[in-house]
Design a protein around this ligand. Structure first.
Ligand SMILES: *[C@@H]1O[C@H](CO)[C@@H](O)[C@H](O)[C@H]1NC(C)=O
Ligand SMILES: *[C@@H]1O[C@H](CO)[C@@H](O)[C@H](O)[C@H]1NC(C)=O
Ligand SMILES: *[C@@H]1O[C@H](CO)[C@@H](O)[C@H](O)[C@H]1NC(C)=O
Length: 563
């Protein structure tokens, strides 16, 4: 979580539009040490620095490692091992000693910012489930007592199969055995202490363990792909990580209500670069997917996505997210033999050679399109700053022809409307990149299409009631049979009401028209259709425009596997 928004206000009007990256998430790595051939911590610390890696997680509070990371500026997440959990939960003084010895003793030289209390407790030590939140509470109280509670956040890594019914995402919920007893108080604790939910989400394992044919490799890797639709929300997913994250957000909402949401980090994720499935996993569809090429694709997609600021999901487009790749090294003590995929998650070989190319310092563009969003001007900054934003946008590539006198979007002729038009055009032209909708505070991003932004090209296709029900029905049948999306006008769906022939025909005609990119002649329907240039009102049903609806496959029902 990286709140870094305030800087630009200080610069004020003199240097108004230095574009800066405010929303980008942060990327880290997991420094696992289940191996007998790894370099010493000092060499590892240098390796992290050389590669511009700014966050690292370790699986204990090892003094040698913490000393080696001193004065590097690297943020460090330490962990209370599961073995200590029961004592830490039972006795606040044990928690205090742990925090003194493994955290306070190294601050501020070593920038410890997170304490994980236990590791995947529901998986590895379910006998400790009920001790988890008391242990977290005791660790937090120890931090308060030592004056460190602002600098250091307390969380606990949760394996993804705590979430069940995760496909489609909107059905996601926490498992019954932990939902009310552990997850609810834990989420409340995380909210209260300004911390975050730490999920270990591995699209690799969900792909590996899938029901054959339900998950494509590109979807799992985060490569460009045609997407899958959650039929109950109509949201389209282009990445399995997004689907798993949203299942987690929906699960949270079922416990906390839809407004409270705990920031969520993917604290362990990665893709195996080689080896074979162990006996435990043998025969699964995805066993062949462990390869250097796939690991490189997955991890680079993740790095580019997070560092370019594309941290939201279809359901929570404005969510922030950090992620930690598992793992820094191939670890020869993991799994059940030299060939086990579990030994091949490293970004580096133990000799510190990269397994494949990746770059934390110069991320490329996000491979998955960011959620649809718009940039609107902020009336509160006053006319002068709106004018400055307008001038800057029009001078730097925004298409401002539509707001010239006489053009379609000249009215309403207000500075606010023109500024919104211009900053949004600039933002869309910049590919909605992080930091391109700030304008020194004169604009902000929204995720619902704003009515106030005029689209000079917008048009819709609606049905003419005058042609009579028979001709409307014939045209409606034709449109639905020729590529219009008629799902939303089925009984129970979002545009079934108003249940009239003219309303249903308008929906279908417009869908056909938009899907054909509003080409001339695609709103005729033998005289039953008409193009209109103002958004039509049909009850509560909104006729889609601008975005062409994508052809996608529905998500299957079930749960994504986590290991
Ligand atoms: C490091 O180890 C890998 C894997 O064993 C090997 O392919 C590579 O050549 C080694 N690099 C160096 C510089 O020794
Ligand atoms: C409107 O259409 C023209 C011509 O197709 C295109 O160049 C322009 O980018 C469009 N403007 C917007 C805001 O979509
Ligand atoms: C998924 O579950 C929903 C709700 O239970 C059901 O209506 C739908 O038919 C199921 N879809 C599949 C592909 O099984």
């Amino acid at each position: 979580m990286a709140p870094a928004r305030l800087l630009i206000f200080v610069l004020g009007a003199a240097l108004p539009f230095l574009l800066f990256h405010a929303e980008a998430g942060e990327m880290g790595v997991n420094y696992g040490r289940v191996a007998d051939d790894l370099p010493d911590p000092a060499a590892v610390s240098q390796l992290l620095k050389d590669n511009g890696i700014t966050m690292v997680r370790i699986y204990n509070g090892d003094a040698g490692v913490l000393n080696a990371l001193a004065n590097t500026g690297i943020k460090v997440s330490v962990m209370v091992p599961n073995e200590d959990l029961a004592d830490v939960a039972r006795d606040p003084s044990v928690a205090l000693d742990w925090v003194r010895n493994h955290v306070a003793a190294f601050l501020p030289a070593t920038k410890i910012n997170v304490i994980s209390v236990g590791n995947e407790v529901f998986e590895s030590r379910p006998d400790l489930n009920l001790q988890l939140v008391p242990a977290m509470t005791n660790v937090h109280s120890a931090l308060v007592q030592l004056g460190l509670a602002d600098a250091v956040k307390v969380t606990t890594p949760v394996a993804f199969n705590a979430v069940t019914d995760s496909s489609p995402p909107s059905s996601g919920r926490f498992r019954d055995d932990i939902a009310q007893s552990v997850m609810k108080p834990m989420l409340e604790f995380l909210l209260l202490t300004g911390s975050f939910l730490s999920m270990n989400i591995y699209p690799f394992f969900a792909y590996l363990n899938q029901i054959p044919g339900t998950i494509s490799l590109d979807f799992a890797l985060g490569n460009p792909n045609s997407g899958f639709t959650d039929e109950s929300t109509r949201l389209v997913y282009h990445s399995l990580l997004d689907a798993q994250l949203d299942a987690t957000y929906y699960a949270q909402e079922k416990l906390l209500g839809s407004n409270a949401i705990v920031p969520t980090s993917d604290t362990e994720c990665g893709w195996s670069n080689g080896g074979k499935c162990s006996l435990r996993l043998e025969g699964r569809v995805g066993c062949g997917a462990a390869s250097i090429a796939n690991a490189q694709a997955y991890n680079n997609n993740l790095i580019n996505r997070i560092l370019s600021g594309n941290t939201g999901t279809p359901h929570r487009p404005d969510a922030d997210m950090d992620a930690y790749i598992f793992a820094l090294f191939n670890e020869n003590g993991k799994g059940s033999g030299p060939d086990d995929i579990e030994r091949h998650f490293g970004l580096f070989y133990p000799n510190m050679t990269k397994v494949y190319e990746f770059d934390f310092q110069h991320p490329g563009p996000s491979p998955v399109p960011p959620a649809a969003s718009w940039c609107v001007a902020n009336a509160a900054v006053g006319e002068d700053r709106l004018q400055a934003a307008l001038d800057f946008a029009c001078g730097h590539g925004a298409d401002c022809s539509g707001i010239q006198p006489g053009a379609v979007c000249f009215e309403p002729n207000t500075r606010l409307a023109h500024a919104s038009y211009a900053v949004n055009s600039y933002y869309q032209n910049q590919g909605r990149a992080s930091g391109t909708c700030d304008f020194a505070g004169a604009a902000f991003v929204v995720f619902q299409e704003p009515a106030e932004i005029c689209d000079p090209n917008a048009s819709w296709c609606v049905a003419n009631a005058e042609v009579g029900d028979d001709r409307l029905q014939a045209a409606l049948d034709w449109a639905c049979g020729h590529g219009a999306d008629c799902g939303p006008i089925q009984p129970g769906a979002s545009c079934f009401e108003p249940n009239t022939r003219v309303a249903h025909a308008s929906y279908a005609f417009n869908s056909y028209y938009q899907r054909n990119h509003r080409a001339s002649g695609t709103c005729d329907f033998a005289g039953a259709g008409t193009v209109v240039f103002k958004a039509p009102k049909i009850g509560n049903c909104v006729l889609p425009w601008r975005a062409v609806i994508e052809e996608t496959t529905s998500m299957s029902n079930g749960s994504y596997a986590s290991i």
